[in-house]
Design a protein around this ligand. Sequence first.
Ligand SMILES: NC(=O)C1=CN([C@@H]2O[C@H](COP(=O)(O)OP(=O)(O)OC[C@H]3O[C@@H](n4cnc5c(N)ncnc54)[C@H](OP(=O)(O)O)[C@@H]3O)[C@@H](O)[C@H]2O)C=CC1
Ligand SMILES: O=C1O[C@H](COP(=O)(O)O)[C@@H](O)[C@H](O)[C@H]1O
Length: 686
Amino acid sequence: MTLRGFRFALRKNVLVEPGFVHVSSRYPAITVMPVLRTVTHKPVGIARIVVMCVPLLHVHGQALGAGTCPRDVVLAAGYYIMFHRPPGYELVTLGQRVRMLMASCATADLLSRASALEAVQLIVRPGLTPYHPGVKGASPSRNCRCSIVDEVFMNCLRCCSRSVAPEGNNVTNGVDALTIVRQQLRTVRSGEDMNFEGKVPHVVGVMGASGDLAKKKIYPTLWWLFRDGLLPEDTAFIGYARSKLTVAELRAKCDQYMKVAPGEEAKYEAFWKYNRYVAGSYDTRRDFELLDKAFAEFHKGSSEVGNRVFYLALPPSVFETVTAHIKETCMAPKGWTRIIVEKPFGKDTASSAKLSSHLSSLFREDQLYRIDHYLGKEMVQNLMILRFGNSIFNPLWNHHNIASVLISFKEPFGTEGRGGYFDEFGIVRDVMQNHLLQILCLVAMQKPCSTRADDIRDEKVKVLKSIEPPTLNDVVLGQYVGDPSGSGEAKLGYLDDPTVPAGSSTPTFASAVVHIRNEKWEGVPFILRCGKALNERKAEVRIQFKDVPGDIFGGMAKRNELVVRVQPNEAVYVKMMTKTPGMSFEMEETELDLTYRARYKGVKLPDAYERLIVDVFCGTQMHFVRTDELAEAWRIFTPLLHEIEGKKPTPIPYKFGSRGPTEADDLLAKNNFKYYGTYKWTDPGK
Ligand SMILES: NC(=O)C1=CN([C@@H]2O[C@H](COP(=O)(O)OP(=O)(O)OC[C@H]3O[C@@H](n4cnc5c(N)ncnc54)[C@H](OP(=O)(O)O)[C@@H]3O)[C@@H](O)[C@H]2O)C=CC1
Ligand SMILES: O=C1O[C@H](COP(=O)(O)O)[C@@H](O)[C@H](O)[C@H]1O
């Protein structure tokens, strides 16, 4: 159960008392079924708690982790503890210690093996008997010893440790684990803001199916979710676009991006069997009626009950007309309809407000899922856990201790033929106003009162409202030029891209300083920096702490830095000073290092889109952008964007493959970010 669920449950007048235990012989799992009673001891149902030894690797664990899992799940380090309950009932405490365990791990959703075992021992109190439903003569009874459960659980742990080989490719166990997870996905409803209707037919409409985004991102993601059984049982897909394509032609466009592994061919065939394609224009009602018919075909035989997801992978020019037609002709008659909207969500305050008011005239907020795919990234989601699931950071997280915050996005390639789109938007709209600002919100917001989507988004909005719009004086803008000594694409500058208008002054690099005018952050510069055609691919957050006050080391101590590397090679590390080992009393820089590939060997982290699409099916909006959030984001950047467009400042040229304009380093230095250039990292894995 997640912390949010647990806290919620504690407020309800329902008690839990030990029930019966089922030790699965087939899977490494223990099921405990405590009886739920009201405070007057009237039984109200039976909860089900499953402790499964599931190697994360095999279940693509993160896709099912907190926030995205449609059930009450505490994700242990390699184990799931699942709390099931009858619809409408809340599960309450299983004892103070279990509650503490849950609370300590809840937002992090990480339990150590020891604490998973402890939780089980506490849940399965002495006096319970293992119970095998379906076995003749077996019945719930209260007279047995807990040690049997301990023993089985220990065996599960052993079995699990064996199955998580360093490379983690034990397929047999993985398949079993996935089977379990799939079964759970299809049967459980959660009373909070998640709800996975595993048995109801669902149809995903990919609007703009012939396009680039569809073939590179949407169809591959749908296939991976289908392959792993993470979609409702009866899910079909309809592509819609103007081009007259057959499903076979659509498939041919997507094939190279689908990453079909050997052995998955039959499943891949099956995936395409669930696909249809409807060609139609974006502004003709009749075509949308035909699309609606295609949807209805999939709902036949289920009393026409069926849910619909529309993924709008479309150019902004047709957005309004398509959504209006969806609303008029294609809404699910019995079931929900959800609309996934891809950026750009407008170009400035006015255009975004127009789009938002158009959308909200058609759909409720809970039907709208605005994707910012950075919110689906592992380390971006981890920001909440790092901050609020640890007591060490929170007291330091303010202007008393933090000198500056640097949030960076770097890409080692240029516009690659997307110059037409890019030139209209520029790097500020493409990356800074959305991805970097979303990260900033998660770094700077106050603790939300729960992990419910709207509690989090309320806090994000508060941060945004406290940000003063930057002006040109707070910004360094750059544009890449070819590097004559580089090779291939690196020889070419932005203006050499044939899709870019001649003489364009659109920035491909921007560094901007923003200030959050609230009590927590007064005086702390937040520097947002992003660029294309740079020296590396990297997205990271760098929290730089202030110099040690009352220095006794003659200025030798360098500032501490907490670095959260979003990509590549996810890591969290704290740069700190230590005594140089040996006789001397010198000091040197070192780090506390959590490198994911070392700590979570072989764990496959799901793609951001996978997580987010599962979220849409579950109806959780935690990782999606709310209308007011978007309006605030535009309020912050619109004045700057208009100033750039009005004054057309010449961007500073920087070489393809460089770190960007050196003026950006000067901006950092001016804003209380110290770079020493002395830190040396030794990769322990090498
Ligand atoms: N767990 C792990 O995998 C760990 C890896 N490391 C690695 O060690 C290396 C060094 O760590 P890091 O924390 O980056 O150490 P540093 O503090 O030395 O920072 C190095 C980075 O500073 C930036 N920089 C260079 N010149 C300037 C300047 N004049 N002003 C401001 N910034 C400048 C560059 O990044 P930019 O171009 O972005 O500005 C450079 O990559 C990195 O490659 C890091 O990934 C370190 C610890 C743990
Ligand atoms: O939204 C965008 O993001 C990508 C970078 O995404 P990543 O997941 O590969 O980091 C960027 O290339 C693109 O320009 C931008 O529109």
